[in-house]
Ligand binder design. Sequence first.
Ligand SMILES: *[C@@H]1O[C@H](CO)[C@@H](O)[C@H](O)[C@H]1NC(C)=O
Ligand SMILES: *[C@@H]1O[C@H](CO)[C@@H](O)[C@H](O)[C@H]1NC(C)=O
Ligand SMILES: *[C@@H]1O[C@H](CO)[C@@H](O)[C@H](O)[C@H]1NC(C)=O
Ligand SMILES: *[C@@H]1O[C@H](CO)[C@@H](O)[C@H](O)[C@H]1NC(C)=O
Ligand SMILES: *[C@@H]1O[C@H](CO)[C@@H](O)[C@H](O)[C@H]1NC(C)=O
Ligand SMILES: *[C@@H]1O[C@H](CO)[C@@H](O)[C@H](O)[C@H]1NC(C)=O
Ligand SMILES: *[C@@H]1O[C@H](CO)[C@@H](O)[C@H](O)[C@H]1NC(C)=O
Ligand SMILES: *[C@@H]1O[C@H](CO)[C@@H](O)[C@H](O)[C@H]1NC(C)=O
Ligand SMILES: *[C@@H]1O[C@H](CO)[C@@H](O)[C@H](O)[C@H]1NC(C)=O
Length: 475
Amino acid sequence: MSLRNILLTGLVAAGAYGQSRPYNGYQEKQFSQNFYDSYNPIKHMGGIGPYSDRVGYGIDPNPPASCAVDQVIMVMRHGERYPDGTTAAKNQAALSKVYASKITTWAGDLAFLNDWTYYNPNQGLLDQETFSGPYSGLLDAFKRGSEYGYKYGHLWGGQSTVPIFAGGYERVVETARYFGMGFFGYNYSTSAAINIISENYTQGANSLTPTCLADTGLLACFYTVRTLPQFAVAAARLNAQNPGLNLNSTDIPSLMAVGTFELQTRPYSPWINAFTLDEWVAFGYIQDLSYYYCSGPGDPYQIAVGQVFANASLALMEAGPSHLPMSWNFAHDAYITPIVAALGLDRPSTPLPNNSVPFPNPYNSADIVPMGGHLVLERLSCNATASSAAGTYVRAVINEAVVPWPTCQSGPGFSCPFANFTTIVNNIPNFVSTCGVAKAGYPQYLDFWWKYNTTQTLNYQNGSIGYDETYTLSK
Ligand SMILES: *[C@@H]1O[C@H](CO)[C@@H](O)[C@H](O)[C@H]1NC(C)=O
Ligand SMILES: *[C@@H]1O[C@H](CO)[C@@H](O)[C@H](O)[C@H]1NC(C)=O
Ligand SMILES: *[C@@H]1O[C@H](CO)[C@@H](O)[C@H](O)[C@H]1NC(C)=O
Ligand SMILES: *[C@@H]1O[C@H](CO)[C@@H](O)[C@H](O)[C@H]1NC(C)=O
Ligand SMILES: *[C@@H]1O[C@H](CO)[C@@H](O)[C@H](O)[C@H]1NC(C)=O
Ligand SMILES: *[C@@H]1O[C@H](CO)[C@@H](O)[C@H](O)[C@H]1NC(C)=O
Ligand SMILES: *[C@@H]1O[C@H](CO)[C@@H](O)[C@H](O)[C@H]1NC(C)=O
Ligand SMILES: *[C@@H]1O[C@H](CO)[C@@H](O)[C@H](O)[C@H]1NC(C)=O
Ligand SMILES: *[C@@H]1O[C@H](CO)[C@@H](O)[C@H](O)[C@H]1NC(C)=O
């Protein structure tokens, strides 16, 4: 017997090895009484921080005891990424202002600048997924795929080709591919079929990124600059610590964003610690306002945008697993918040205030669409219990937390009976009529879950991803 085996045998005999270890009620609690995650700046980075699971309501994400998931529909945002050109230009302008002060020895909260270097040596990577460090976007996608392969793999009989749907944007497509590699492992090259759905507005409703032509104020809404007093406080503090520095309140969120993006390529960003929790809360809230008013519950046109996916999900659940047991979809943040709003989830009872920061915040975008954020709809097939009938139920899982419908949770594990889910979806304002799609002559419903490609021609990136070293920043 080898030394290793002797050691293992000894451990097993002592009841100290793996599964065979008995529950020791004297030394251990069955459930921890501690929740140490209350302080975490990642929860206050809005949509531009790394992924984090949503803080849930204590509902087991495994199916309730009487139920099994028989169909799953997911829409996931691309993973962690480099900033887009506009954001990068703002961030780099703020950094240039810092360095233009000609300070030679940094002090206080900015002391780290004495040896810090910028995280992105190459503008050609702007807009793309990140691939280094523990918060890497490609890693996030692969890991999600592996975890879901374990969680939902039973839905794949192994017999047919499984489509994976991605909006036609490079980082979205890469996220879908890495998810697929994680989910299918060695079977990816033969059993998955990447389908790329154009993000062009001419797709009408047949899209993962539907455009509401009638929502003419949308772009202006997104770029409404809202500022909060916390940023002036931060600027004053950093300037006082470093005489000669002349930051103002608009520079601060740009510098904070340097930190959130640095964290997507490196394990650690000293910028995060340079700001206080109040400042991070304000930083996150500015984004919450944009999501709420420009692509969420505060914009009726965008609720209609969310109707497309909600209605298609209902139709797919009606068709059932025999048509398509799994529907994996990849898009962007601003197309997921409308779906959540349309489904009647995360809808604060009063509109968000523009000039103050409610805390706790009823609409935290970091809980809905961080990088890699995802909404999963599970169709549950349940046996009868003492309190619920046998039948079909639906659950929503957002970033791994079960989020019950406020008005529909009578099923097992706070799920919603299918008939009631049908009512919820059928009452969402209609995209085609609200957004003027029929008049424009574009497709009027989502079709690609029924008519998809089963070839592998798009499964792998071949050649350049559009990486452009000569990329110049727009101001
Ligand atoms: C429901 O009941 C059937 C028949 O007893 C059983 O085969 C099945 O495993 C049950 N499903 C669940 C999720 O418990
Ligand atoms: C999945 O991969 C395994 C190992 O290569 C293979 O035996 C199996 O046939 C594959 N399944 C399908 C459906 O291609
Ligand atoms: C389906 O395949 C055809 C032929 O390869 C291609 O032109 C088309 O873009 C594909 N559609 C999708 C949704 O991937
Ligand atoms: C969208 O499609 C229209 C019509 O085919 C085309 O003219 C336009 O260039 C496309 N837009 C983009 C961004 O590809
Ligand atoms: C802060 O300074 C920048 C130039 O460095 C300027 O564009 C911006 O308007 C200033 N913001 C405020 C609030 O003064
Ligand atoms: C809902 O989706 C189904 C299936 O795609 C489609 O036939 C129907 O027209 C859609 N209804 C609405 C109101 O969007
Ligand atoms: C907040 O500002 C938006 C415009 O960006 C506006 O539509 C909304 O009514 C304002 N909300 C409140 C509560 O003032
Ligand atoms: C759920 O649907 C049933 C009939 O299918 C109805 O009686 C009940 O009122 C509905 N409940 C809710 C909360 O919509
Ligand atoms: C990659 O693309 C090149 C030309 O664009 C082609 O010759 C080559 O066969 C492709 N390789 C794969 C693996 O598809």
